[in-house]
Design a binder for this molecule. Structure first.
Ligand code: ADP
Ligand code: MG
Length: 618
């Protein structure tokens, strides 16, 4: 019965016909009066898990959320859907704060978003002690745990606040961080009472993952963007400098790109972020400072221009694509240099923020853990196996051997026996070591290819027996083989000494013919444009001309209402609209993502657009 009411709310306010996996069970538990903990990946739809029950429970639901931008976005979207909602945070003036509290006292809101530091402020407490609060929801609940990646001391006030209320409301908590340690810590720190806990799978089926190893990243990026005109996306770079360079390059090519990093003045950051959210500049070039709390649902690609430090960061950043459930691409442009940059950033962050009170041993252990995470990230960037399986495995989930929907599953690799080449390389390193010499892969590959260079002259390397024995191959290919030998543990690259190469016991065995070296090489160029083409095709069947007209209509309405376009309707809603071509109000309500409030407010202009289009077509 409860779920029937919940479904009715889902349709009426949010315009959806069915719940996503896990949403219904969490909502049911809440409506039965239980505390809950929901762990779902970014984009899975955690908000509805508390917004739907909030509309069914008596009184008001308080939502604790860490970021102002996040609250504003959510409240804006709720109001568009006809839900009475408001927020209280430091962005409001004293007068606005007073007005909001006054309205809240009259029972004017079903959802009230509150910054954690406000909870114990006297005026808010006075309100809360009088009000009928059915539920307190803690969004981004991992912020309460010191084990999480984003601990916020102000979250500790939540428990104090709860203890000051005359009657304890039910408490629901949501996060995308799944480690068991953090989960247990959240339950403890919020004193959840026998919570119904649900962890959904981490897979995001609409995301297409690919890794490329381009010889020129700028060219690769321009090629990827050329296939994605009119689409919105984020390009993540490792450093501020790279953000500047990449953004300049794109702007010089006439692309509507903007930038974001912590080194820019606050006003420019805000302006650039708005340009992106409002689709004025569909491409955002940014460091990892960008994205937390940004809920733009129509991001259709996330390209990593550099490899991040760990899989947690990668999956979170890549996961900002395709929140609307539409096909979206997550592409990593990898080069060996990224590993050095990542190491550098890890070392620098350690120096900048020496953990207070941590002894040397603990700090060393933390650093080791970060290097291990980087190693796993590098495995992802270099594996030839299914990328989705790698990601899910990393987060502790089983997956089939091949997903059929990632760059590696789409590429046919052929197995090549490269034992002889490997032995040549290993012998070269061995012969150099005999002379007491150790070099990195540039010099080693130059020796093998028989190049002439200053270093080779200076050390008299032409006299080595391995000089020129791989003459027929390109230095690039030899360097790739060296990378693979490092990955397989046959060579070791010493980061402390300019990445000079050393033979390992495994490498020694291979050199002496006690092992074979089989590698996988792509048979054809990886079809990196696949997902974009597939996505294009999907919209194509939904009538792409009409889709464009509907998008123009949405842009016009968004300008009038001063809200970002995706708050009016998601791209998923527009493509469903373009496929169904509704011409009556009832038919309009059938469209996925169209609720009653939005149908009332926006139905006419969209129906007019569709009718005009159909007339013209006939
Ligand atoms: P999360 O907080 O888990 O990262 P959100 O709550 O922001 O995710 O939801 C992501 C997107 O999914 C939103 O655009 C939302 O409208 C959409 N969504 C959520 N639930 C459903 C559903 N049952 N059917 C269709 N779309 C949904
Ligand atoms: Mg969320």
């Amino acid at each position: 019965m409860e779920s029937a009411a919940a479904k009715q709310v889902l349709k009426q306010y949010f315009g959806y016909d069915s719940f996503r996996p896990g949403q219904d069970r969490l909502i049911e538990a809440i409506l039965e009066g239980r505390d809950v903990l929901g762990v779902m990946p970014t984009g899975a739809g955690k908000s509805l898990c508390y917004q739907v029950p909030a509309l069914l429970l008596p009184g008001v639901t308080l939502v604790i959320s860490p970021l102002i931008s996040l609250m504003q976005d959510q409240v804006g979207a709720l109001r568009q859907s006809g839900v009475p909602a408001a927020y209280l945070n430091s962005a409001l003036s004293a007068a606005e704060m007073g007005d909001t509290l006054y309205e809240a006292r009259q029972g004017g809101y079903k959802l009230l978003y509150v910054a954690p530091e406000r909870l114990t402020a006297p005026d808010f407490l006075a309100f809360a002690r009088e009000a009928e609060i059915s539920m307190v929801t803690v969004d981004e609940a991992h912020c309460i745990s010191q084990w999480g990646q984003d601990f916020r001391p102000s979250y500790l006030k939540i428990l104090d606040f709860l203890s000051l209320l005359p009657r304890r409301p039910l408490v629901s908590a949501f996060t995308a961080t799944a480690t068991a340690t953090v989960r247990e810590d959240v339950v403890r720190a919020l004193a959840l009472r026998e919570p119904f806990t649900l962890t959904t799978g981490f897979d995001r089926p609409n995301l297409y993952f690919a890794v490329e190893h381009p010889s020129s990243k700028p060219q690769a990026l321009l090629r990827l963007l050329a296939g994605r005109r009119d689409k919105s996306g984020v390009i993540y770079c490792a450093t501020r400098k790279t953000v500047e360079d990449v953004c300049d390059m794109l702007c010089a090519k006439g692309l509507a790109a903007t930038r974001y990093h912590a080194g820019l003045p606050a006003e420019e950051r805000q302006q650039n972020q708005d340009d992106f959210l409002y689709d004025l500049k569909p491409v955002m070039v940014a460091t990892n400072a960008f994205g937390m709390g940004i809920d733009k649902s129509n991001v259709s690609f996330v390209i990593h221009y550099n490899m991040p430090k760990n899989m947690e960061s990668y999956y979170q950043e890549a996961g900002r694509a395709g929140r609307d459930g539409e096909p979206a691409d997550c592409i990593l442009l990898y080069s060996g240099q990224d590993v050095h940059t990542a190491r550098f950033l890890i070392e620098r962050s350690r120096e900048a923020a020496p953990e207070e009170g941590l002894d040397e041993q603990t700090r060393a252990a933390l650093l080791d853990r970060e290097y291990e995470r980087l190693r796993q990230m590098t495995f992802y960037a270099t594996t030839t196996d299914c990328l989705r399986r790698f990601i899910l495995g990393y987060f502790g989930e089983a997956a089939p051997v091949s997903c059929g929907h990632c760059g590696n599953c789409d590429t046919t690799f052929e197995e090549v026996d490269a034992t002889l080449d490997a032995q040549k390389i290993l012998s070269c390193v061995y012969r150099l070591a005999e002379r007491g010499l150790h070099f990195g892969k540039i010099v080693v590959s130059a020796v093998l290819c028989g190049s002439q260079s200053e270093k080779i002259e200076k050390f008299g390397l032409q006299s080595l027996s391995t000089y020129g024995i791989m003459e027929e191959q390109t230095a690039k290919r030899v360097r790739q083989l060296i990378d693979t030998l490092i990955d397989r543990g046959c060579l070791q690259s010493d980061a402390e000494r300019h990445n000079t190469l050393y033979l390992t016991p495994a490498g020694n065995a291979l050199m002496r013919g006690r092992d074979t070296f089989v590698i996988k090489l792509p048979r054809e160029k990886p079809p990196a444009l696949k997902a974009a083409e597939k996505a294009g095709a999907a919209v194509g069947t939904a009538d792409s001309t009409l889709f464009d007209l509907l998008r123009d209509c949405r842009a016009r309405l968004a300008r009038q209402a001063h809200v970002p376009p995706y708050i009016i309707f998601s791209n998923a809603a527009l493509s469903d609209m373009a496929a169904r071509k509704p011409i009556t109000a009832e038919e309009f309500l059938e469209v996925r993502g169209v609720g009653e409030a939005k149908a009332d407010r926006y139905g006419v202009p969209f129906l007019e657009t569709i009718k005009a289009y159909l007339r013209e077509k006939d």
